[in-house]
Write a protein that binds this ligand. Structure first.
Ligand SMILES: Cc1ncc(COP(=O)(O)O)c(C=O)c1O
Length: 472
């Protein structure tokens, strides 16, 4: 069985070795993977559902939250360990919704989001009945426009969001200004530091300039930080912090109205393995502040080299001024972004053993390729740039992929809510997403079509496609 499991991994992108520039965080530290695996295994059977029966989970969680609060918190703050960024964000939105109902009587909650806020906020909005109010970001810097965010706040607003930094372009929002605008209106402000929260403070410690973004900023009332990103813990580790216990109280769910055991769930899950806590605890202790500082410096140095190489490549436009670890670039032809060339480049790079993440255009923001840098990628930057130059030459030699205008028009007229299964299968097959044919090896034709479709239709087709992968 273990051999079969290992063999299945052979078809995956590598998670170690610095060639996969999204989804994976490789500290490149000898022994860390073995340590976290052993820590997980020691706690795998412990149930975090009841910390009175398993007091070790309370000790581990208190240690982790204290370590995070010491770096990102403020006096009196309280927190919770969760399974990831999405869960931390869901909980912060639930907390804001319930707090606004209890303290201000808000019954039609809204949340103000810069357009670059992570999709998890939209998921939380959909799950929790909160209306997202999306505010465009500056099209040149890709940062949230604090004035526009302030103007979007009204009496229904339960939460205002800022990213430190955004996932899409890796640029930090003006947290101080956004938090001040929220505070002035008596509204809560969440900083999404899921990806940046465990690298930015250490970059600062390494001597880089990092604008203030944590709970010490006046008006910031909650913050999320993922330890399974730049904390280098295994997946399933995040922390959400609140300014005080009175706010965090709204996150908890308690239920005594059934004949079973009294339920108090601080998070979304009921039963949860103590293993995730234990491995995150071990990673934090093992790497330590000096270790995180050295790793952050390594990522920043890699980012400097990558940015210099990208900026020196004709046709490449780096988007915004990235904070260090995340880089997004587009390719311009005749002054505008060239989606087809960009996607051909991603495919060419994949054939050369690199994964760069395509991101489609949105509301005037250009399509781009996203790179998440980690310490393991630091030694790869020059090799990446060399292959990029070669792949770009190959991509330019390929015929551009274009969407048949008649198909785009036809697709634009489809109503995603009333499409039947056959219509969906037909469009998917036309888009090159025939589940029976397996995953396409070249993604450019599919993504060019998806890019041209209206958002709701795109979402329906993607959901159907993923549903078709999980067949049973
Ligand atoms: C800024 C930001 N927020 C939220 C998330 C969602 O985190 P997760 O994928 O752990 O649920 C991410 C993930 O990349 C992120 O970068």
């Amino acid at each position: 069985m273990l051999a079969e499991l290992r063999a299945l991994r052979g078809h995956d992108a590598p998670t170690r070795g610095g060639r996969t520039f999204a989804y994976v965080y490789d500290a490149g530290l000898d022994g860390l993977d073995e340590l976290t695996a052993a820590a997980y295994s020691a706690y795998a059977t412990v149930n975090g559902l009841d910390m009175t029966v398993f007091p070790s989970v309370a000790r581990l969680e208190n240690d982790i939250v204290a370590a995070v609060a010491a770096v990102l918190g403020a006096p009196g703050c309280q927190g919770t360990f969760t399974s990831g960024g999405t869960e931390s964000i869901l909980l912060a939105v639930k907390t804001a919704r319930d707090h606004a109902r209890a303290t201000r009587g808000v019954t039609q909650p809204r949340m103000v989001l810069p357009s670059t806020a992570h999709a998890a906020f939209h998921k939380a909005a959909a799950y929790l009945g909160v209306q997202p109010v999306v505010v465009p970001v500056d099209p040149v810097t890709f940062r949230a426009d604090a004035g526009a965010v302030a103007a979007a706040i009204d009496e229904h607003t339960v939460l205002v969001v800022a990213s430190a930094p955004s996932y899409a372009h890796g640029v930090p929002d003006p947290v101080t200004e956004i938090a001040a605008a929220a505070a002035e209106r008596g509204v809560l402000c969440h900083v999404d530091a899921c990806i940046g929260g465990w690298i930015l403070p250490f970059l600062r410690r390494a001597g880089r300039e990092v604008p203030p973004f944590d709970l010490s900023v006046p008006g910031v009332t909650s913050l999320s930080v993922d330890l399974h990103k730049y904390g280098y813990a295994d997946k399933g580790a995040s922390v959400v912090l609140y300014r005080d216990a009175e706010l965090r109280r709204h996150q908890y769910f308690a239920h005594a109205g059934w004949p079973g055991y009294p339920v108090v769930n601080p998070t979304v899950q009921g039963t949860k393995s103590g293993g995730l806590l234990a491995q995150a605890w071990a990673a934090l202790q093992h790497v330590g502040e000096d270790g995180y500082t050295a790793l952050a410096a390594r990522v920043a140095d890699a980012s400097d080299r990558l940015l210099a190489g990208l900026r020196a490549t004709p046709g490449v436009r780096v988007l915004g001024d990235p904070a260090a670890a995340l880089v997004a670039f587009t390719l311009d032809t005749d002054g505008g972004p060239d989606l087809s060339l960009l996607l051909h480049l991603a495919d060419e790079m994949r054939e050369r053993g690199w994964y760069l993440q395509p991101q489609l255009s949105f509301d005037g923001l250009p399509p781009n390729l996203h790179l998440t840098l980690t310490p393991a990628t630091a030694d790869r930057v020059e090799a990446l740039l060399a292959d990029l130059a070669d792949a770009l030459k190959a991509a330019r030699a390929l015929a551009p992929v274009a969407v048949d205008p008649a198909l785009a028009e036809l697709a634009a007229g489809l109503d995603p809510d009333t499409l039947g299964p056959e219509d969906v299968a037909g469009v998917l097959a036309f888009a090159g997403l025939d589940p029976n044919a397996g995953l396409p090896t070249r993604t450019a034709p599919v993504l060019v079509l998806l890019d041209a479709l209206p958002g709701p239709l795109k979402e329906r087709l993607l959901a159907e496609f993923v549903g078709s992968i999980f067949r049973i």
